[in-house]
Design a protein around this ligand. Sequence first.
Ligand SMILES: O=C(O)CCC(=O)C(=O)O
Length: 248
Amino acid sequence: MTAIEAPAAEFARNGFCLLPGALTRQQVKSLNDAIDDHQRHFGGLWQRRGEGGRQQCVTILLTHSVFDQSLLNPGVLPLVHHLVGDELVVEEHSVMVRPPMDGPPPAASWHRDRPHNPEHPLAIDALSVVYYLTDVDESTHCFSIVPESIEAKLNPSTQLTCDGSGAHDLLGPAGTALLFHAGSCHAGRLRQTRSERRTVHIYFGLASQPPLSNHTPIPARLVEHAEQEVRGLFRRPNDLTRAMLTQT
Ligand SMILES: O=C(O)CCC(=O)C(=O)O
C-alpha cells in the first residue's frame, strides 16, 4: 500500500483518518509561538465563541505566514487532493484555543458542518483537516466523531441522525493531523482539565461550488503564489478575499 492508500481506505470506512506526526516538533513550536505572538499583538481578532470559552481566529494568515505550512503540508495535501479530487480549493483557515476548564463541562454539541454531496464519488461537499498543536488525551478537550462510511453517506436510504451515539474521541500528540468528512457528525468533547487545547482548522471544498463562507481572508502571497499548483488551491476566493485584494 502507498502512504495514501491506507489512510484513504480508513477515510472510506469511517469518514475520518488520523495522521500522527504530520507536523514536526519544530513546526508545532513555531506555530504555537506564532499564536502567542498573535494573541499579544492582535488579541481583539480572537472571537469568543461561548461553548466553554472557545476562542477562534480566522485572520492569522494575514500576519503570520508561518501558518502557510498548515495549508501546504506535503505530508497531508496529496491525501486531501486524492480524496477531494482536482476541484480542490481552500475554503477556510482558523486557529482555535480551548482554555482549561474548572467546573463540569457543557454537553457536547453534535452537528454536521456540511450536507453530503451525492455528485461527489466520496459524497464530499467539504473536507476538514485539524492539526493538534497540543497533546490531546483522555484528560484534555478533544475532537470527537461518529464513524460513518462513504457507502452509507452515498446510500439515499441511510437514516441520518446526529446524537453522538458511537462517537470516537480522537486523541494524539501535538503534530497529529485529523482529516474528516465535513458531512460527518462530530463535536468538541470538553473536559474538566488544566490543559489548554490548541488546534488549526482548515476546510477544503470544490472549485465548482460557491465559497463555503466569508470567514477567512486569504493573503495575496497565496492567491498569487509563484507555483501554479499552489495558486490552484486559492483559485476561487471568497468575497472577503476578493474585496481585500482589489482594495489593497
Ligand atoms: O475541535 C473542536 O473542538 C470542535 C470543532 C467543531 O466542531 C467544528 O469546528 O465544527
